[in-house]
Design a protein around this ligand. Sequence first.
Ligand SMILES: Cc1cc2nc3c(=O)[nH]c(=O)nc-3n(C[C@H](O)[C@H](O)[C@H](O)COP(=O)(O)OP(=O)(O)OC[C@H]3O[C@@H](n4cnc5c(N)ncnc54)[C@H](O)[C@@H]3O)c2cc1C
Length: 392
Amino acid sequence: MVIIGAGMIGACLARELATQGIRRVTVLEKRSGPGLEATAASWAWLNANNKSPLAYQRLNYQGLRLWQTDSLLSSLSDFTGTLFLRDETGLDDVVSPQPDFIQVEKLPRDAAILHALEPNLSPFAVSDQVASCPRLYPEEGYCDPVAACAGILRAAQDLGVTVNYDEAVETIRVTADGRQIMVGTRSDTYTADRVILAGGTEVQALSKSLGYEIPMLHRPGILVHTNPTETRVQKRIVVAPSCYMLQRRDGTVVVGGDFNGASQRDDEEDTSAERAQRMLDAAGEIMPVVSEDLGVGHVTLGNRPYPADGLPVIGWLPGKEDLVYVTVMHSGITLAPIAARLGVKQLMDRLSPDEIRVLQDYTASRNELHHTNAQGQYDMQYHGPNHGTTSK
Ligand SMILES: Cc1cc2nc3c(=O)[nH]c(=O)nc-3n(C[C@H](O)[C@H](O)[C@H](O)COP(=O)(O)OP(=O)(O)OC[C@H]3O[C@@H](n4cnc5c(N)ncnc54)[C@H](O)[C@@H]3O)c2cc1C
């Protein structure tokens, strides 16, 4: 088995395969180390609140639960809960309805209570102007995505998986008898019974080269990483209307401003010092210590692997069933463990009837993924078999 890509998805797949006894696995990664593309540029929030449709929210919740319950994954992540100062509805006092499996605590608009949860919040942050509808999602967490990806891959390697870095896959083709796949890099050719495309944004080009293009959207995202500090300046993940921030184990605070890159702002790929300072200033309005004491360390710009309808692709590549499997998704840090678990079960033909139903929404051939509007752009309407029509 060959896995193309050593990001979070490839790492979780490699470990899951090895755990299930499939150890003749080679991961091919074009970069010099694990998780250096989208994974490195990720905020790496492990969350499931306010996602739609419902089945997708449940899938995220299952991912979150695996991060919490798997002994390796839980050692690589922290679960502090997320403090939202304002609800997604944008309406004061109205908390968007969440399904039963999501824990949410609506908080009183009380500065003392909010300060007890997050001591460094500014007076402005706890004012009615910002904290118009505060609430806590107590189960949520985060990880350092590159460290976590490296730890998961190491575990896979300990179980026998081979990981080859600086190996960019250039060609993939089916053998003449249709039974195997030849994966060509500049220096080598790998023959495999099955190949998993886990190349993040490059899955579009890789799938196209195999005759079935997975359409994806361009969804860039910038994060500002502060200089590290030994002090815990932040107790929880904080989401404010203008910015969001969390403090990683290494002491850096990571600040972002746009969750899915759909805002189409002019400056969405602007990594200049001025832009970084503006983002830090926005964070400083919520937690002054972030801008006053820490300052900008570095900025990352990444492209989210974003299938055109916003939902994951987890399944066989149409026309290459039993040979080429595809795993590409946004929210892939949260989702990687559950995507890997379901994907490996499908590869091993061990899905339960319920799991088969779950994966029906994520096939590469679902109509919604290929649906374009009158301008020829992919639209973001989801009409999966389990949910009727839902706008994402
Ligand atoms: C700004 C931003 C914020 C995000 N925030 C969150 C968040 O808070 N929570 C969350 O869950 N998700 C978040 N995401 C999404 C998440 O980071 C991704 O969904 C996840 O990292 C995808 O992992 P991956 O392994 O599919 O992709 P990648 O990490 O990109 O890994 C793919 C790997 O494949 C390799 N590769 C590609 N082509 C080839 C080839 N031809 N040959 C060999 N190797 C190849 C690449 O070098 C890369 O290392 C965010 C993403 C961004 C950009």
